[in-house]
Design a protein. Structure first.
Length: 152
């Protein structure tokens, strides 16, 4: 099991990257949904923490459908104006469902998932559901759709 954790800090915010949790949604680096000047998998290191301001980086990290990208403010004492250091602090105002091309179904918002045994699991911010049927963590996407012929 790959437990690599990397951190990137600009002095204000630290982005924490856990590659084993990435489901390759592409949200963070595609132009339409991402911040490609900061997140660019073609470069090494792939995160340029100085390429955007702290607010933009935090907003983008919150869009990651897993906890592959998380962040925290380095100096919480100086951040009481806009205390958005935790993605959990801000409840999504509404639930939005987004179909990712050839990928998962993203549900934005705080939701309850009930499994087939009736167990309830609380999910926050963004939850990524498998559409291709081959995820090993069904009903959630684990990135297995990458490299398959799944179209939809
Ligand atoms: S799962 Fe998160 S880190 Fe991985 S590509 Fe999607 S947004 Fe980026
Ligand atoms: S859609 Fe990602 S593993 Fe199925």
């Amino acid at each position: 099991m790959d437990n690599i954790i990397k951190k990137y800090s600009n002095g204000e915010v630290t982005v924490v990257w856990q590659p084993s949790l990435c489901i390759h949604s592409r949200i963070c680096f595609e132009k339409a949904t991402g911040l490609p000047e900061v997140f660019n998998p073609k470069l090494k290191p792939w995160i340029d923490i100085y390429a955007a301001d702290t607010d933009q980086i935090i907003a983008q990290v919150k869009k990651c459908p897993t906890e592959a990208l998380t962040c925290f403010l380095n100096d919480l004492e100086n951040s009481d104006d806009d205390t958005d250091e935790s993605p959990d602090d801000q409840a999504a105002p509404e639930t939005v469902v987004q179909v990712m091309k050839n990928g998962p179904l993203l549900v934005y918002g705080n939701i309850t998932v009930k499994d087939s045994d009736g167990n309830e699991i609380q999910k926050k911010n963004v939850t990524s559901f498998c559409r291709c049927g081959i995820s090993k963590t069904n009903p959630y996407c684990d990135g297995s759709h990458i490299g398959t012929n799944f179209k939809g």
